[in-house]
Design a protein around this ligand. Structure first.
Ligand SMILES: Nc1ncnc2c1ncn2[C@@H]1O[C@H](COP(=O)(O)OP(=O)(O)OP(=O)(O)O)[C@@H](O)[C@H]1O
Ligand SMILES: [Mg+2]
Length: 320
């Protein structure tokens, strides 16, 4: 009995840690490899060319943060990434709030392990950031939730954000490639300045399409089923089911994967490896996430397409 429970726990853990490779992930990795190769070549030649970067854009739940985590995990052998070591070629942090240049600079310094005392102004802090980036040999700096850099800012402040970001990539002292990820508002900051947008390769995690993505979504469920060694009922193998799932996930890929993993976990925890994954498991997961009554549960309601699933998440507090 205990062995089975252990196996179930391990299987659920395995499903949770499975990363599904998507076309946008592949695009991200291709850009990353070309940036890294260029960087290595420049360093070998002793050249300090201006660096380039990547901007990853997608709605909440699309999978931006997870994609970059996977990128770094998978490419660990190509990078020195131990933040405790002197050299760390990749650093990542979440843009703090409020996202003034001073705050962002101070947060970056702290992430770089530099004891920051809060009396300097924005430009001086960023000068220190650049010194630290060189000392740590950081080739890539990832700022997550970068759409916040544009929030509540005047045009002038927004321009100073853009200038600061450019100066991190464009300087003869130690250019660092930026990886910015965030919600679609981030596009506005990047497009505000042609010099910045030219330096950043765009990767967009698009939304799922109710017709085009039926087959890939059903395929995803079968991929997980194979990994879980759990069978599926016909109720989760048809077109309308795929559409219910996409709708429940707000048409975001990451949320779709997350709900699917939770449905497998529910099936495994209640019925063990004899479970057959069915639409009921998905309906229960949706209920757990939203407390929605059946008429507002896209896995139960007949006319599911009219349900505003985003609103339900907000009501639940999960989207704040
Ligand atoms: N390729 C993938 N394979 C499997 N699961 C994924 C994948 N991408 C995302 N997920 C899952 O989707 C969920 C949401 O992903 P993530 O947090 O990366 O979204 P996000 O775009 O960063 O959202 P936010 O803007 O709210 O921060 C997570 O539970 C994550 O595990
Ligand atoms: Mg995120």
């Amino acid at each position: 009995m205990t062995t089975t429970n252990d196996e179930i726990r391990k299987t659920i853990q395995y499903l949770r840690s499975t990363y599904l490779v998507t076309p946008s992930y592949q695009k991200l990795e291709t850009h990353f490899h070309s940036l890294l190769e260029q960087r290595r070549a420049d360093m070998a030649d002793g050249i300090m060319n201006n660096a380039r970067g990547i901007v990853v854009v997608g709605q909440s739940g699309s999978g931006k943060t997870t994609a970059i985590r996977e990128l770094i995990r998978k490419n660990k052998s190509l990078l020195k990434t131990d933040t405790m070591q002197d050299h760390c070629e990749f650093f990542g942090l979440q843009v703090p709030s409020p996202a003034t240049m001073k705050f962002v600079g101070a947060a970056t310094l702290r992430a770089l392990g530099y004891p920051y005392s809060g009396d300097k102004q924005g430009p001086a802090i960023w000068d220190q950031v650049k010194v630290q980036l060189k000392l740590r040999q950081t080739c890539f700096l990832h700022l997550d939730e970068a759409q916040d850099l544009a929030r509540y800012q005047t045009d002038k402040e927004r321009q100073s954000v853009v200038n600061t970001l450019k100066s991190v990539m464009e300087n003869s002292y130690w250019p660092t490639g930026l990886i910015l990820s965030g919600m679609p508002d981030l596009k506005k900051i990047v497009n505000q300045d042609p010099q910045l947008s030219r330096r950043l390769y765009p990767v967009e995690i698009g939304r799922l399409h109710a017709i085009r993505d039926v087959t890939p979504v059903l395929g995803t469920i079968q991929q997980y089923a194979k990994r879980a060694k759990v069978e599926t009922q016909s109720s989760v193998r048809n077109e309308v089911f795929a559409q219910r799932l996409m709708h429940a996930a707000g048409y975001e890929f990451g949320l779709m994967a997350e709900i699917t993993v939770q449905a497998f976990a529910k099936a495994l925890l209640s019925e063990g490896f004899d479970a057959k994954l069915g639409i009921r498991h998905f309906a229960d997961v949706y209920y757990d996430r939203s407390s929605a009554i059946d008429a507002l549960n896209p896995f139960i309601a007949e006319d599911f397409a009219r349900i505003d699933t985003r609103k339900i998440f907000e009501f639940d507090g999960a989207d704040k």
